[in-house]
Design a protein around this ligand. Structure first.
Ligand code: GDP
Length: 533
């Protein structure tokens, strides 16, 4: 397949070329491993920004203008998931940012439904940490290929073989080092390319890979630094490690490994070259009735995230939409499958770090923001007329259930409306008990309570508190036939509720109580994850 920068207008070859050059990915890591630093450096290489540091700086400027995001600022975390697009080596990279904080895992998981590959950043001294493992498991569920970057090689590190061994054992993922670190910590000299046996030395200014020397020249360098033992390590790595296997990588069972230092700007280019060479172009996407190929000429897309108040000057909601096929053109009409209505895409937007720009055209793999006033919900599908629904965007059972206490009881109706809107946006989950008792709100992480409280106050003028609920667990209920489901719901009326889409949910007071119901209704399924169908 040829890759061209100037696709033919409107026809299929143009689309094929556009799809072939796209790489849509996310970074998964444990907080502090270096995701932000690496993001900055990737954008810097991609020419998307002039100065490293702008990702953070822009974020801060925006935050000071935004009310409810004060929480973000206070806690020093990023709640916003955004997308950054940059070009490198003729490829268009869409980097979908995932919030680093544990509490916003639901958003993070949904973002992973919109990527084709992921970069796993590991701190060389710490190895696999808790959150990396969790995010990896989500990637594995979808067979998302993983490229590994082992960061902070300029600091004291663990033995490289030990780090690889840990990846293999804890994640059951084969590792194929593409480069190998020459030393570590104060002795980190650079990397050795195991395939072409060239050596990249980190120079004092921290520019990436400006000094490339040959294998033969390395001996002198090692000797002068009393690092002769590294030669043996390189031989061992070359002979003992898995060779890279594109098929195994694409299937999600093997990860190519790069080493470097995001802070020192070292190893970034290797990583980008690796992504450009190995990472898959936009994948085919499963819809309810068929598989949609990225190179089909009709536009299809799904919403994986809703963000309100991206810009306080426009009090709009942005639906983040992942294109799955065809071409999205500004001004085109699209079918919103859930409502069967047509909507005009007048102002689709691209995001560059925190900047936005009108998107004239977009292709499979691209993410565009579509401003709307609540029409678009998470999991919704857009097409050029076909009735299909993409599957697989998940909702997660809440870990925390609360009742909302409203200060001014006269505003109950307004609260109901506000909760509905915020639930559609994915800020909170709302469960309305079928016996008519007051709604429960559900959260995946504790920080979401603060976000909800702040947004209800700032956007709806509602002062609320939270009260404990007798229930601590919620599970979506499914049965093989509608009759089986009705039978269950009739027998368990006092402990069932409807979620925001009207799907039935069982509320339980404890794991014990849940297991009791499970034993009693063995044919029914009680799930902690609901995939938007
Ligand atoms: P995040 O929480 O994963 O986004 O991590 P950050 O990018 O904010 O990095 C966490 C800390 O580690 C910051 O103080 C960074 O300056 C530092 N850091 C990131 N990469 C490196 C690296 O390669 N070497 C060293 N020595 N420090 C790094």
């Amino acid at each position: 397949m040829t890759v061209t920068d100037a696709p033919t207008e409107g026809n299929i070859p143009g689309i094929e070329a556009q799809v072939a050059r796209r790489r849509t990915f996310a970074i998964i890591s444990h907080p502090d491993a270096g995701k932000t630093t690496l993001t900055e450096k990737l954008l810097l290489f991609g020419g998307a920004i002039q100065l490293a540091g702008q990702v953070r700086a822009r974020g801060e400027r925006r935050r000071t203008r935004s009310d409810w995001m004060a929480i973000e600022r206070d806690r020093g975390i990023s709640v916003v998931t955004s997308v950054m697009t940059f070009e490198y080596d003729g490829r268009v990279f869409n980097l979908l940012d995932t919030p680093g904080h544990e509490d916003f895992s639901e958003d993070t998981y949904r973002t992973l439904t919109a990527v084709d590959s992921a970069v796993m950043v590991i701190d060389a001294a710490k190895g696999i940490e808790d959150r990396t493992r969790k995010l990896f498991e989500v990637c594995r569920l979808r067979d998302i290929p993983i490229v590994t970057f082992i960061n902070k090689m300029d600091r004291e590190t663990r033995d490289p073989f030990e780090v690889l061994d840990e990846i293999e054992k804890t994640l059951a993922l084969d590792t194929a080092p593409i480069t190998w670190p020459i030393g570590g910590g104060r002795d980190f000299l650079g990397t050795y390319d195991l395939a072409d046996r060239t050596v990249r030395l980190m120079n004092a200014s921290g520019d990436d890979h400006t000094d490339t020397i040959t294998d033969a020249e390395l001996d002198g360098v090692l000797e002068s630094r009393h690092l002769g033992h590294i030669r043996e390590e390189l031989e061992l790595a070359r002979d003992g490690c898995h060779p890279f296997d594109l098929e195994a990588f694409r299937a999600g069972s093997l990860t190519p490994v790069f080493w470097g230092s995001a802070l020192r700007n070292f190893g970034i280019k290797d990583l980008l070259d690796g992504l450009a060479a190995f990472a898959p172009p936009p994948r085919d996407q499963a819809a309810d009735t068929r598989l949609v190929h990225a190179t089909e000429d009709k536009m299809t897309a799904f919403v994986f995230k809703i963000q309100a108040n991206m810009d306080p000057n426009h009090r709009d909601r942005i639906a983040f939409v992942r294109l799955c096929s065809g071409k999205l053109s500004r001004g085109m009409k699209a079918k919103h499958v859930r409502s069967a209505k047509t909507m005009s895409l007048h102002t689709p937007q691209f995001f560059f770090a925190q900047e936005r720009q009108l998107a004239d055209e977009a292709y499979a793999g691209d993410v565009v923001g579509i401003p709307n006033h609540g029409t678009l919900r998470i999991g919704d599908t857009l097409t050029e007329g076909e009735t299909i629904t993409f599957v697989g965007v998940p909702s997660f059972a809440p870990e925390i259930l609360r009742r909302v206490r409203l200060e001014d009881a006269m505003k109950a109706k307004k609260l109901k409306q506000a909760l509905q809107e915020l639930a559609e946006e994915g800020v909170v989950q709302v469960f309305r008990p079928v016996d008519g008792s007051p709604a429960l709100v559900g959260f995946v992480g504790a920080l979401q309570l603060d976000v909800l409280q702040n947004r209800l106050a700032a956007e709806y003028g509602l002062t609320v508190g939270f009260e404990p609920s007798q229930y601590s667990l919620a599970r979506w209920v499914a049965a093989d036939t509608p009759r089986d489901l009705d039978e269950f719901l009739a027998a368990n009326r006092s402990a069932t509720a409807d979620d925001v889409d009207g799907d039935p949910v069982l509320l339980s007071t404890s794991t014990y109580a849940l297991n009791y119901v499970r034993d009693k209704w063995p044919k029914h399924r009680f799930t902690a994850i609901k995939e938007v169908q």
